[in-house]
Ligand binder design. Sequence first.
Ligand code: GDP
Ligand code: MG
Length: 316
Amino acid sequence: MEETEQPEDEPKSGFFARLKSGLQKTRSSLAGGLENIVQGKAKVGPELLEELEETLLIADVGMETTAFILEDLKKDVAQNRIRSNDEVLQQLKGRMIEVLSQNINPITFAKNKPLVILMVGINGSGKTTTIGKLAQRWKQEGKKVLLAAGDTFRAAAIDQLQVWAERADINCISQKSGADPSAVAYDAVQAAVARDMDVVLIDTAGRLQTNQNLMEELKKVKRVIGKVLPGAPHETLLVLDATIGQNSISQAKLFHEAMELDGLVMTKLDGTAKGGVLLNLSGELKLPVHFIGVGEKAEDLQAFDPENFVEALISG
Ligand SMILES: Nc1nc2c(ncn2[C@@H]2O[C@H](COP(=O)(O)OP(=O)(O)O)[C@@H](O)[C@H]2O)c(=O)[nH]1
Ligand SMILES: [Mg+2]
């Protein structure tokens, strides 16, 4: 998949098939609760709504967001405005799409050159992999891409990013392990300006001696980037591992407080039945979700599209 934005008018494309199979575990967990509605066999009434509520909660959609999704449906069913299974399903989907769409703010290359993206998140969340996949995609689209190995905490982290860079035939700015990550970021942004790059992707560490140290270091990286290029980083993205379920909410809040995030990436949706947590996150954090990971391959990192996501979760 070379394009940044997905073709919305091709829901049965390879993109959609990958999305659907990547969401299989969450689909299955929702399917039990939705089966009768999807098949048109449910009796529309308060019991059905309770069942729906339970289904959403089990998928980690969260109390508040579940309440929001079912709010109007409850009224409409109570007042007999909604009588058919299909109407229930359509309204359910519509509200889910609404929750996921409310913060949309696409990443564009037009406004900033170089576009500076700072990737943060805890160890193992998928930062380096996500950077590698995005770099590969954007390079294939003809963009001039530069990487920065800002996770200087471990030598292996620098090597890992360099492997991605070599594979995509792009440059990676790095220093030896133990170096100051803000110095790496400084060099990278300066180089990106000098070399007329379209985008620079900056990797960071996810673990230090303490969380406090980590946040202070990340804040410094952000400050230093802004000194080289006022207004940068243009996107500070938090990468979250979907398999941690509800814990991603508190994690995202912590990072948001420290880093003033611009958006989210959620990886490993293929490894969990708790994919509904994405609705919970959107509802609570009010931040755009830009990319989702639904598998290990490069094309399994997809631009997030609320309508396709909901369709892939719920369609028969
Ligand atoms: N199944 C699956 N694995 C993923 C996904 N994204 C990342 N991973 C894996 O998660 C592991 C940690 O990723 P990494 O990028 O090194 O995390 P980092 O510590 O945040 O840089 C690697 O083995 C990746 O291949 C995804 O969407 N699905
Ligand atoms: Mg890493």
